[in-house]
Write a protein that binds this ligand. Structure first.
Ligand SMILES: [Zn+2]
Length: 488
């Protein structure tokens, strides 16, 4: 319902009035960041124009039309995801279908999400429909990238720009949801989730759901850090101190500690990006940066780091760190990449301008061995990683908390009818949760979908050190030499 929409008061009022007065436009274009309520509002409009008990522009959410729309069973409300191939086909068919009168309700409503993803051909088809709109149809287009929508389309639509929701609004709504479920959550945990959701309410709520599903009814800041695999503020402040001092020894020690605590290399790199951005914002905006800050870094720490930083070098460091985070996206667990990235950043930020150390001196031997092993095994490893990514992606589509549990493990291999998934000992909790029927079934379904056959799934523990290397060794131990026999 409109009353549940957070942070878009002006848009909601305008739309409610238009509905109440029966003067809705035939085409709307909603733009704005992810999770600001664009598709939610689109669905509320769809309900309002078909509701049997409309009150002052607000749908009742109880009549048969409202209920059918909520469940996605209403024939006259069509949602199209322009990012999918099917979406483009659907737009092609639209021109004919749109002339057919509504089957079930008053108005047909087409909601086209991610509309900027349409091909030129599909945009043209859409434009022709928008040029001669049938009476009984409303189009609602939603996009995160308004600048990619052709002007010809924009000019045919009434446009509304959804604003980013403030941290306070997100925290407040989260608190309401938590209270309704009976969750006790500390204010600093709420603030941390809000800061990490990047202005998206849906993301914030799904993070809350994820933490609740691990943690139960009492949630504090440490739980949030744990579940999200985040590195805490104090650690990051220390890491940046070490970077600014170009203190190699301290850097390596800090990386060791974080990895021992089960943090992932990619996460540390991404956190470093976030922190350096924070510092940059603080230098540029001062106290005003607080409102858009992802961390709660004490003012004196920021002041101290600001004194040692220059905007130009900070920008350069930030770019280098983003690059590292990007690389680690495709080789998670590659400690060497992380160390190299951080040491280069230390060179950039630190006062000592000696030439960058040769890579061989960085890191300990096992990583180099791992590199060698990786080359030898690279083909199989690539195949395995590709399959693992596919599995994770599909599990995520089905259920985010299951994905969060699964993503702490790793695919070891497949032999005959068994898929073997390993967890570090530190992730005992995740392994046990994955073994529960509800989570296991999701994984089984996804694997069956990908491999086109029923598979058994085994979850096992792995040694903590040299995780990447051990994946292969452990699989050999269990399966024999013919590890990781992938079926196409
Ligand atoms: Zn209704």
């Amino acid at each position: 319902m409109f009353q549940d929409v957070v942070g878009q008061e002006q848009i909601v009022t305008a739309l409610k009035n238009a509905i109440a007065q029966g003067r809705l436009s035939h085409a709307y274009l909603f733009s704005g960041p992810r999770g600001t309520g664009k598709t939610s509002v689109a669905k509320i409009i769809a309900k309002a124009v078909n509701c049997l008990e409309l009150t002052e522009g607000e749908p009742c959410n109880k009549c048969s039309s409202c209920l059918d729309i909520n469940q996605g069973n209403f024939m006259d409300v069509v949602e199209i995801d322009a990012a999918s191939n099917r979406g483009i086909d659907e737009i092609r068919e639209l021109r004919e279908k749109v002339r057919i009168m509504p089957a079930q309700g008053n108005k047909k409503v087409y909601i086209i999400d991610e509309v900027h993803m349409l091909t030129t051909e599909a945009f043209n088809a859409l434009l022709k429909t928008l040029e001669e709109p049938p009476e009984s149809v409303i189009f609602i287009l939603a996009t995160t990238e308004l600048q990619k929508i052709p002007a010809t389309i924009v000019s045919r639509c009434q446009t509304y720009q959804f604003r980013r929701i403030t941290l306070t609004e997100i925290s407040k709504r989260q608190e309401q949801v938590a209270t309704a479920i009976g969750i006790q959550i500390s204010p600093d945990a709420l603030a941390l989730i809000a800061r990490r959701s990047n202005g998206g309410l849906r993301d914030a709520l799904s993070i809350l759901d994820q933490i609740y599903s691990y943690q139960g009814l009492v949630i504090n800041k440490e739980h949030v850090l744990d579940v999200l695999g985040l590195v805490d503020d104090v650690f990051m402040a220390e890491l940046v101190d070490a970077l600014q001092a170009n203190d190699t020894g301290k850097l390596i020690r800090l990386i060791n500690t974080a990895l021992e605590q089960g943090k992932e290399t990619g996460q540390i790199a991404r956190e470093s990006v976030v922190y350096l951005r924070e510092l940059l914002l603080y230098i540029v905006l001062g106290e005003k940066a607080e409102a858009i800050s992802a961390y709660q870094i004490p003012r004196d720490v920021l002041e101290h780091q600001k004194e040692k930083a220059q905007t130009a070098t900070l920008l350069q460091a930030l770019r280098r760190m983003m690059d590292t985070a990007d690389r680690l996206r495709f080789s998670e667990g590659n400690r060497f990449q992380l160390e190299l990235g951080l040491l280069e950043v230390a060179q950039i930020l630190g006062e000592v301008k000696s030439s960058i150390q040769s890579p061989v001196q960085i890191g300990s031997e096992p990583e180099l061995d791992t590199n060698e092993a990786r080359k030898n095994n690279s083909r199989k490893k690539e195949a395995r990683e590709g399959l693992w990514k596919q599995i994770l992606f599909k599990v995520k589509e089905r259920r985010i908390p299951t994905h969060a549990l699964l993503s702490q493990g790793n695919l070891l291999g497949i032999r005959e009818n068994t898929v073997l998934i390993g967890y570090k000992k530190a992730y005992k909790f995740h392994k046990e949760r994955m073994e529960e029927p509800a989570n296991r079934e999701i994984l089984e379904t996804v694997i069956k979908e990908i491999l086109q056959q029923d598979m058994q799934i085994k979850f096992i523990f792995m040694e903590d050190e040299q995780y990447n290397d051990i994946v292969v060794k452990k699989a050999i131990e269990i399966f024999g030499e013919e590890v990781i026999e992938l079926k196409d």
